[in-house]
Design a protein around this ligand. Structure first.
Ligand SMILES: Cc1cc2nc3c(=O)[nH]c(=O)nc-3n(C[C@H](O)[C@H](O)[C@H](O)COP(=O)(O)OP(=O)(O)OC[C@H]3O[C@@H](n4cnc5c(N)ncnc54)[C@H](O)[C@@H]3O)c2cc1C
Length: 311
């Protein structure tokens, strides 16, 4: 936890993030977790994953835009990603972050841009997913998700197991028959909002996994169990088997470059596996979050830097 907080603190220091941003792509260590800086690179990585039997969800990195023009630019980039994925016949979808689409500026603007992306995806017979950000955005994200899904019917939403409110939110969403991506939660939230500590978060994650899988047997949800924790993955697989839920009625999700061994095991077990593929120039905050989740990743970065500077 100390190391995690230290990395969070480091990620707020511009000098550190600038230094990492300058070296990360050049020395290659960022490529372990980020598919590249351009859409073309991300599509190449996605193509390889799809050929290996994975689905992909493309995310253009970045959050919290501060102008309407920037939000519209991000919207255009997601439309382009959808068109290109369709043209290349890639299995999967795009994942959007609502603060990239102007949620801090205007809920109406963000809702309208989100709807335009979902509508175009629906015209192409494709889906979209929405990431869940910090808890100040949960209500607005749920509202926009609900109104968009009601209109287009092709949306999935990430839901965070660490929030106290999540079980009620899952029940609230059932009438929309959505895809729900269950994640543990990546932000720092206080005790009145989120359960604290890994054992408590894991216990909630297991409980909500069972709730979603049970719901899936009644056609209420398409559960996407998004975790690199082998215990969570095993729990989902054994609960699905206990409930008699076929493997095409739920999926596992993992992030590009993380626990590739577990990704292969999921495929070998016959599960649908969707890989979240982030790309873009604004990769540093995302990269720091991945480091904070597993301090051992820092050694991997340091080793790359030492190897490069001594060669
Ligand atoms: C597909 C996907 C989409 C996501 N979308 C969102 C979202 O929209 N909103 C949100 O708040 N969070 C999101 N997350 C992040 C999530 O909330 C967690 O922060 C993250 O997945 C770490 O939790 P975990 O369940 O993987 O396991 P943890 O309990 O963090 O770790 C368990 C084990 O998993 C492995 N592991 C975990 N992280 C790493 C890593 N970075 N590198 C190497 N090994 C690792 C290690 O073996 C570790 O011991 C997403 C995660 C995934 C997989």
């Amino acid at each position: 936890m100390l190391i995690r907080n230290f990395i969070f603190w480091l990620s707020s220091k511009r000098g550190v993030t600038n230094a990492i941003a300058r070296r990360g792509m050049k020395y290659g260590f960022a490529r372990r977790f980020v598919a590249g800086e351009t859409l073309a690179e991300a599509l190449t990585a996605s193509d390889e994953l799809c050929r290996a039997g994975r689905h992909v969800s493309l995310n253009h990195l970045g959050e919290n835009v501060t102008t309407e023009a920037a939000a519209r630019e991000v919207c255009a980039s997601y439309l382009e990603m959808t068109e290109q994925m369709h043209a290349k016949n890639l299995a999967g979808n795009i994942s959007i972050k609502l603060t990239q689409l102007g949620l801090d500026l205007s809920k109406e603007l963000c809702g309208a841009l989100t709807l335009s992306i979902a509508k175009r995806a629906a015209e192409l017979g494709r889906t979209i997913e929405m990431d869940m950000e910090g808890s100040v955005y949960t209500d607005a994200t749920l509202d926009i998700f609900e109104s968009t899904q009601r209109e287009t019917g092709n949306c999935g939403l990430a839901i965070q197991a660490y929030l106290h409110r999540t079980e009620k939110d899952i029940q609230r969403l059932a009438p929309l028959r959505p895809k729900i991506r269950l994640v543990k939660g990546a932000y720092r939230e206080p005790a009145n909002i989120a359960v604290q500590g890994k054992p408590a978060v894991d216990a909630n994650y297991r409980k909500l996994t069972t709730l979603l899988l049970e719901g899936a047997t009644r056609g209420l949800y398409f559960p996407a169990i998004a975790s690199h924790d082998p215990f969570m993955v095993t729990h989902a697989q054994s609960e699905a088997a206990r409930l008699g839920l076929p493997k095409d009625k739920y999926e596992l999700q993992m992030i590009y470059g993380i626990r590739r061994d577990l990704q292969q095991q999921a495929r070998d077990a016959g599960n649908i596996l969707q890989v979240y593929v982030p790309f873009g120039t604004d990769w540093c905050p995302y990269f720091m979050r991945r480091l904070s989740e597993r301090p051992a990743n820092c050694w991997f970065v340091l080793r790359s830097l030492v190897a490069e500077s001594s060669s």
